[in-house]
Design a binder for this molecule. Structure first.
Ligand code: CA
Length: 223
């Protein structure tokens, strides 16, 4: 069940949106101001945040900036009608979308669905193992935020290991996944590629990601 946090000081609006979202099957929490909202975000993960711009104390855009210092959670801003400034500064500060008040609840629900769908499809293209991140669409790899150049085979090998995290993949299985059936060399080829991978993604960072299972193959374990 997807979890949504509403940060909105107008009790009536917050309550109404909460009811509608709950009815749609979301798990909803409310915060009355920015401080309360930031506190809640710190203690548990949310899939989406609805954030009012006009809040007492810390305003919504500032709340958003603080959220963005630590989190990429999607945020939809609730802005006053015709406030172009709010929209622009909001989007600049990292909002994913905005809805202007007063809004039709159908529009808000549609934007919530759309934003959740978008982040889900982005998330599925990213594979993570510890400090290592692969984007399987762009075929890029980074470790500790540093971009690493991998050859096609190295990338395929790493992707296979991360996709099967915690499962030991034998050399034969890896060969088949990466070279296909036509490969007629020895399974030592895998060891060579693992060594290349280690030189690129482990040694420079003093990390151990790939574990060798003697006589069988390799595994990437969740820490
Ligand atoms: Ca308000």
């Amino acid at each position: 069940m997807e979890r949504i946090l509403i940060i909105e000081d107008e009790e009536k609006i917050a309550r109404f949106v909460e009811l509608e979202l709950t009815h749609e099957g979301y798990q909803v929490e409310k915060a009355m101001d920015g401080r309360d909202g930031l506190e809640k975000i710190k203690t548990r993960p949310f899939d989406l945040i609805l954030l009012d711009v006009m809040l007492p104390g810390i305003n919504g855009v500032e709340v958003l900036r603080r959220i963005r210092q630590t989190s990429e959670v999607p945020v939809i801003l609730l802005t006053a009608r015709d406030s172009v400034v709010d929209k622009v500064t909001g989007l600049d500060a990292g909002a994913d979308d905005y809805v202007t008040k007063p809004f039709a609840i159908e529009e808000l629900l549609a934007r919530v669905r759309m934003t959740l769908r978008k982040t889900k499809s982005v998330r599925n293209t990213m594979l993570t193992a510890g400090q290592c991140q692969l984007d399987i669409i762009l075929r890029t790899c980074s470790v500790n935020g540093v971009d690493i150049e991998l050859t096609k085979k190295e990338f395929d090998l790493l992707q296979a290991l991360i996709e099967n995290k915690n499962r030991i993949l034998s050399r034969e299985v890896l060969l088949e996944k990466i070279w296909g059936y036509e490969f007629d060399g020895t399974t030592n080829a895998i060891d060579v590629y693992i060594r290349h991978l280690r030189q690129k993604i482990e040694e420079p960072f003093n990390l151990r990601l790939i574990t060798a299972i003697r006589g069988i193959g390799y595994v990437i374990k969740d820490e």
